[in-house]
Design a protein around this ligand. Structure first.
Ligand code: SF4
Length: 283
């Protein structure tokens, strides 16, 4: 898998973003480096993210180049979806998709219903644009997956978000709950963002219960160590956002039957809350 950040700029300013505040962050990604990366490797999956990749002037050129160079690769666009509020943007994306054989997926971050979403994005009208962006993509037959970053600001709102998805967005392909990593802006805003698994997991499980009654797509949990979940939710633990970067296991994990399937624990979580919640699962 190749994971490329094509820009650090964004039209949201999310509390829980792992990219640092602009002042501390490299302003520009060199396009030659992006092109070289796509040229050198022969990946099965290419994830194109940022910042917000769709606001980069080279977005469609990079997308086209990635697809033409790697016709077998699955191309994932990691976006906040606001750009797809504009039907013209969806048409441009469709043109790239139709001109190539690759499988394309758009992964959109949504945090909650309107008030909660915008408390996290700190950007007025971001919810309205994201929601319309999702609907525009779905109406054009483009595969959309939702990424819900779980943090202190949204865990109590997840059931309402699930209700909204069931009612309004039931042709989404996949919903991924991702437990927040405290890095970049999320580290700076750690008091507002951080929440313990002990406190938040039952709300995540309730949100899943709602989805499982009305949503036909796939549900996944990223960065939820298996031992913090009730048994019936453990099979949803599947995959990570990045291949094990920033993740650790404890000495006790060697006694656990889930060691090979578990996503491990964010190092930044242990620094914040310690390791008392985790215990090996045995037959
Ligand atoms: S004990 Fe370790 S390996 Fe087992 S589920 Fe918990 S964190 Fe994962």
């Amino acid at each position: 898998m190749v994971d490329i950040q094509i820009t650090y700029q964004c039209n949201n300013n999310c509390l829980s973003c792992i990219i640092p505040e602009k002042a501390y962050c490299k302003e520009k990604v060199e396009k030659d480096d992006v092109i070289r990366l796509l040229d050198d490797e022969n990946p099965e999956i290419i994830a194109i993210g940022g910042g917000e990749p769709s606001i980069d002037p080279d977005f469609f050129d990079i997308l086209r180049f990635a697809a033409e160079k790697n016709p077998e690769a699955v191309i994932k666009i990691l976006s906040n979806g606001r750009y797809f509020f504009y039907e013209e943007s969806v048409k441009k994306l469709l043109k790239v998709i139709k001109g190539n054989d690759n499988k394309f997926e758009v992964h959109i971050s949504i945090y909650g219903t309107e008030k909660v979403h915008e408390k996290i994005t700190r950007s007025k009208n971001s919810f309205k644009q994201t929601l319309k962006g999702i609907k525009n993509l779905l109406d054009s037959g483009i595969e959309v997956n939702l990424r819900i970053i779980v943090n202190r600001q949204n865990y109590r709102n997840l059931n309402e978000l699930s209700d909204m998805i069931v009612e309004d967005l039931d042709n989404i392909n996949k919903i991924i709950f991702i437990f927040s990593r405290y890095m970049g802006k999320a580290q700076k805003n750690i008091e507002e963002v951080s929440v313990k698994y002990d406190e938040s997991v039952e709300y995540v499980q309730e949100a899943i219960d709602i989805l499982q009654k009305g949503f036909k797509g796939v549900i996944r949990l990223y960065h939820f160590p298996t031992c913090v979940l009730d048994p019936e939710y453990r099979s949803l633990v599947h995959g990570m956002t990045k291949e094990s970067g920033g993740v650790t296991f404890l000495d006790i994990c060697s006694e656990c039957i889930f060691k090979n399937d578990c996503s491990g624990i964010w190092e930044s979580y242990i620094e914040r809350f310690g390791d008392k919640e985790f215990e090996p699962l045995n037959p």
